[in-house]
Structure formats: C-alpha cells, structure tokens
Design a protein around this ligand. Structure first.
Ligand code: C2O
Ligand code: CU
Length: 457
C-alpha cells in the first residue's frame, strides 16, 4: 500500500473511533482568567466553556444535530442544559433528574436534533446558582432555512456579574440567605457578551437582527431602543405571527430571549443604543456607533419569521387542570411548609437556608406536580403569592398564556410573574419524560422553587 493510502486511513480513523460521531465537538468546562472588568482592573477567574465567556456560540440549521461532548475540567460536578430546546428527555441535562452530574475529569456526550429555529442558550444545570454565576453558559443559535432579510445579526448575551470592586473576583457567596429570600443574586457589573458598553459600528438604515439572551442569575432587564426603530420578531426562540413594533420599554427576565429586527435611524456620527433602565436611571447596555458616511436604503416593516412546527394548542376545554401556588420569601407571610416530608415553620426553613414553597412544599417532591399521558393538553394556573417577581421556566415544551379575554399569548418557555399576579398557561404535553419546572432566579430555585412534571408515553 502506498503512502497516499496510509495517509487516507489516518485521516478517516478518528471518525470511527469517536463514539459521538463525526461532528462531535468538545465542550470543555474549565477554569480560566479573563479580562472581564475594564482594563484598569485585574483579570477575573471564571468558569467557562472552552475557557470563553460567554462560551463558544453553537450555531446550526433547523433540523440539524447537536453533538457536544462535555469534558468536565472543573473542580465540581456539572451538566449542560439546552434551554428552550424541545429536546429528548435524556439529553435535557438536568443533574439529578435526567442524568447524573458529570464528576470532575468525566465526560458526557450530548447528541440531539434541534426541531425549532430560534435563539436558545446552554448553561450548567448542576449547582446552577454558582455555576451560571461563574460563567458557564453560551448561545445556541438555530437558523431558519430561509434567512430573514437583514444586513447582519448580533447575539447579545446579557449578564450582571457580582464582582469584588477591588480584586474584580467573583463574589463566592452563592448561598447568601438575603439573596435567596429576596430578589436573588444580583450583580454590580452589567455586561453584554462580557463587555461593558459593548460597541458595534453601523451605518444609517442598516437592518440588524439582535438576539438578546438574559443569562443573569436574577436580574430582570428592562430595555428600550434609542436611535433604532425595532420590532420583536420572536420570544424565547419562537417566532411571533407578526412583527410587534417596539414602542416602549420591554423586559427580558432570567432565561428569556427576545429577537428583534432593528433599523438604525440615528444620524450619521451619532450613536444608537440598546438602553437599560434601572429604577429612574438609564444606561447604555449596547452601543451602535453610526459612521459619518455610508447609508443603506430604508426598508419597510420586516416580514414575520417562518413558524416552527407543531405550535397549535388544542383541546383547551378538556384539558388536564392543575394549580401552582408560589409562596414564601421575605415579606411573604408564609407560616410553614413541608420540607423533607415534615411540616416545619418558616423559621426552621430559614435555618436550612430554604425560603420558598410550591403548593406548600419546599423544593423537589417524590411525586410530580402533574402526571399526564403523551398528547394531553394541560392548563396550569400559577399564583405568585410572594412579594417578588419570578421567572418560571418549563423544560421540554413551550406554553402559551391564556389571556383574560381567552386569547392565547405567544409561545414561551419562561413566564415572568410579578408579586400578587395570577397567570394561566396552556401547553401540549407532547414530549415524553420528566421535565423540570422552576424559577430561573437561580437562588430561588435553590431555596425551594423547583418542581417537575411527568409526561408518560
Ligand atoms: Cu435555563 Cu432549568 O434552566
Ligand atoms: Cu423566583
């Protein structure tokens, strides 16, 4: 056999040796130092995928396969959840429910097909309060077969890091009783893609798609546009039936995504902004510097994105009905709840660093919140009987809110609920398995706000 043949064999050999298949990529979770705070500060030690922050963007076409081998180079066990993907249950990445956490030095092959186009993200799902706060997340972008008519797109991953103002190191108190019992862990360094006031050069009338992802532990981002005319085209990955003009502030709660199409309307030499509102103050979250020369032709209202498959919710009349009462927290008036199978006082809960209860029980239960056969329509009424907002995330399926007038809201995977509100959501239980349902304010999830449901095939 000649050398050419041997070289050919060597080149193809790795394809046969890799269990996860030819397209498998290594997703290494590792400790890394990066320049997170502005240059006059020291580097920050983060935990990141590929040592990057955010982690490497995973981008593929609708219907393609994700093959990522998690390599755990961290000092702690971990797992990866693919947030918003209507995934196979075994690939959902929930340590303790759908898989065992991967020990330090271990590996896990994630291999699944993405049925829906849209903006998703991946993040650690073991000890998430700590691991997500340390930087273990990245964007997962699934492109439509027909691309929307835009000049370019930018993925904007929003986070607020809690840094020591002197050393720029991540505050290591991930179990602060105050954070847990109040609004969750909120940071003091608000960034886009790990940068303060991230800036993009643009030209006038350029049309951009902005994929906004809130990767923060607990911050509800309140945003608006300045020097940009925009439309919301998708929420939590799922396209809206028609682009919705942005006329005022809009919110992105932890875990949520908002896809915008924006046209640059600011004058040449000026700047346009994605503006962040915090109490009465506003800040430049992301800057779009309009160059003094150059311009595009102004376009009309954008078209809607193509819909994803199986979006209809039917059978609402004969739906399985359930209720979720959310209680506890500071100023919540919760007297007692069931914790580890016994009735305890709120004070005893607090001593165990637990503060919240779902239907009177703290944290995960032996039996699910609801168990339904595959294909069943579910209506779930959610009462936020606490003094804080929450961001309830359903794994594996998207839901629609049933509005006051009976109309159905947009498909979402994370519901924002403010103190005292009641919402009713509906979804088709069309994905078999055990699915987590929890508050994406991660300190809340860790201190009681976590349940699950079972869809039986
Ligand atoms: Cu984005 Cu259970 O998580
Ligand atoms: Cu919460």
């Amino acid at each position: 056999m000649g050398t050419a043949g041997a070289a050919g064999l060597l080149a193809t050999a790795p394809y046969r040796l890799r269990a996860a298949g030819p397209d498998a990529q290594i997703l290494a979770a590792q400790v890394q130092s990066v320049q997170l705070a502005p240059p006059n500060y020291p580097q920050t030690e983060i935990w990141g995928y590929g040592g990057q922050m955010p982690g490497p963007e995973i981008r593929l076409m609708q219907g393609q396969r994700v093959r990522q081998t998690l390599k755990n180079n961290l000092p702690q066990a971990t797992s990866v959840h693919w947030h918003g993907i209507r995934n196979d249950n075994a690939m959902d990445g929930v340590a303790g429910l759908t898989q065992d956490a991967v020990a330090p030095g271990g590996e896990f092959d994630y291999d699944f097909v993405v049925p829906d186009a849209g903006t998703y993200w991946y993040h650690a799902h073991n000890r998430s309060t700590e691991q997500v706060a340390r930087g273990l997340y990245g964007a997962l972008i699934v492109e439509e077969a027909t691309r929307p008519d835009v000049d370019r797109e930018e993925v904007l991953v929003l986070d607020d890091w809690l840094l020591n103002p002197k050393t720029a190191q991540i505050d290591p108190d991930f179990a602060s009783p105050h954070d847990r019992s109040h609004a969750g862990r909120r940071g003091n360094f608000v960034a886009t893609n790990g940068r303060f006031e991230l800036m993009f050069p643009v030209v006038r009338h350029e049309r951009l798609r902005l994929r906004i992802i809130n990767a923060s532990n607990a911050r509800i981002f309140v945003l608006s546009l300045s020097g940009l005319e925009g439309w919301v085209v998708a929420l939590d990955g799922m396209p809206l039936p028609a682009p919705d003009p942005v006329t005022k502030e809009f919110i992105v709660a932890p875990g949520q995504r908002v896809d915008l199409i924006v046209d640059v309307t600011a004058e040449p030499g000026d700047s346009a902004y994605l503006v962040r509102h915090d109490n009465k103050d506003s800040f430049a979250q992301t800057v779009f510097a309009v160059s003094a020369t150059g311009s595009r032709a102004r376009r009309g209202t954008p078209d809607a994105l193509p819909p994803n498959p199986d979006q209809a919710i039917t059978g609402l009349k004969d739906a399985h009905r359930a209720r979720l009462n959310m209680a506890g927290g500071a100023m919540g008036g919760l007297q007692s709840a069931i914790m580890d199978e016994s009735q305890v006082s709120f004070r005893q809960m607090a001593q165990a660093n637990q503060f919240w209860a779902f239907n009177g029980t703290v944290g995960m239960t032996e039996t699910p919140l609801l168990e339904v056969p595959l294909g069943q329509t579910v209506r779930l009424e959610i009462f936020n009987d606490t003094s804080f907002p929450h961001a309830m995330h359903l794994h594996g399926m998207h839901f629609r809110e049933i509005m006051q007038d009976g109309a159905l809201g947009p498909l979402r995977d994370t519901l924002t609920t403010f103190a005292g509100q009641t919402h009713e959501i509906a979804f088709m239980a069309n994905n078999p398995g055990d699915w987590l349902f929890h508050c994406h304010m991660l300190s809340h999830a860790d201190s009681g706000m976590m349940t699950w449901l079972k869809v039986v095939a």
